[in-house]
Design a protein around this ligand. Structure first.
Ligand code: XMP
Length: 314
């Protein structure tokens, strides 16, 4: 049985041996936040948490993270790198290439900031499914999750990966033990919304999926708090590279398609699509098409398990 208390004690005692400085990149997800707080407790001001706004973050996330780190008292810095990331993604449509580019940019920004801070270590929120699914000699590569496959070989910071042997549910028990507000937050991929825009993740298309993801989150969380559904393990929207014909007022429209995805899972290794009541899905559909009248005119629901699908579409 996994014991979060002794896990935390062991990690803090091991990591506090390190006398050099470290930086941690926080994307707002549970994993990186828990890793940052663990290392922060061990190293105090020898740790700098760097939040990079890549432009592919969830709605309101940057401000929330700033507030969270201030509350916990972790030494942190917010970097607005949106322009830089958007530029790097021009013309990129291949999912693996997206991961590599975003992973490399992340490291580039880290290294820049790490150098300024004088750090020797990079803390990462890598968890077991990340490296198992990225091959690492265990299985064939399915997706190169960016905190593994995207790392450039030339990276000259040493790694601290306190969550490397944990599965998602174990990370959440650690988060709860640490009293973190994010402990109940659903997982979010390192490359962020870039892999939820199928095709080129332009600023405009990213804005659409950011809005759609936020609507899906709000509606499913509202339905869960009313007891209509159990909150799915992960739930979001995907913007498809498909335009379809619709009607707007009494005119023909030609707009984008949003796919809604909600799954239950234990550890992301397998997943089952969630049976969401049709009324809840209808509300999501109506809100998305009303909010983005000029951009989106069709919403579909994904009823694929993993396997044969994966949770994300890219
Ligand atoms: P898939 O789509 O492979 O996702 O079934 C399994 C879990 O991993 C998340 N995911 C990622 N996380 N970098 C990450 O840190 C990535 O590149 C990445 N791709 C997928 C996904 O959201 C799900 O929770």
């Amino acid at each position: 049985m996994f014991d979060p208390k002794s896990f935390i004690e062991e990690q803090i005692s091991d990591i506090s041996e390190i006398q050099d400085k470290a930086v941690v990149g926080c994307s707002g997800g549970v994993d990186s936040t828990v890793a940052a707080v663990l290392v922060g407790k061990a190293m105090g001001s020898r740790l700098l948490a760097i939040y990079v706004d890549t432009g592919y973050m969830r709605k309101g996330e940057t401000q929330q993270m700033d507030e969270l780190f201030s509350e916990i008292g972790i030494n942190h810095k917010i970097i607005d790198a949106r322009e830089e990331f958007y530029e790097a993604m021009v013309g990129v449509i291949d999912p693996e290439e997206k991961r590599k580019i975003i992973g490399n940019k992340f490291i580039e920004v880290f290294e820049r900031e790490a150098e300024k801070f004088g750090a020797d270590y990079l803390v990462q929120g890598t968890i077991a499914p990340d490296w198992i699914e990225s091959g690492d000699g265990v299985r064939e590569t399915i997706k190169s999750h960016h905190n593994v496959g995207g790392l450039p070989d030339i990276m000259n910071l040493k790694l601290i990966e306190p969550l490397r042997d944990l599965y998602k549910d174990e990370v959440r028990t650690v988060a709860r033990e640490l009293d973190l507000l994010t402990s109940e937050r659903q997982p979010f991929p390192g490359p962020g919304l870039a892999i939820r825009v199928i095709g080129e993740a332009t600023p405009e298309r990213t804005e659409m999926v950011r809005e759609a993801c936020s609507i899906v989150e709000e509606e499913l969380e509202a339905a869960a708090s009313k007891g209509i559904i159990e909150l799915p393990w992960q739930y979001f929207a995907v913007l498809l590279p498909v335009k379809t014909v619709g009607v707007q007022g009494d005119k023909r429209a030609y707009g984008n398609t949003i796919a809604v995805r909600a799954v239950s899972s234990l550890d992301a290794m397998s997943a089952r699509f969630s049976s969401i009541p049709i009324e809840v899905l209808e509300k999501i559909s109506v809100r998305i098409t009303n909010t983005m009248k000029n951009d989106v005119n069709r919403v579909v629901y994904d009823i694929t398990d993993k396997p044969p699908g994966t949770i994300e579409w890219e």
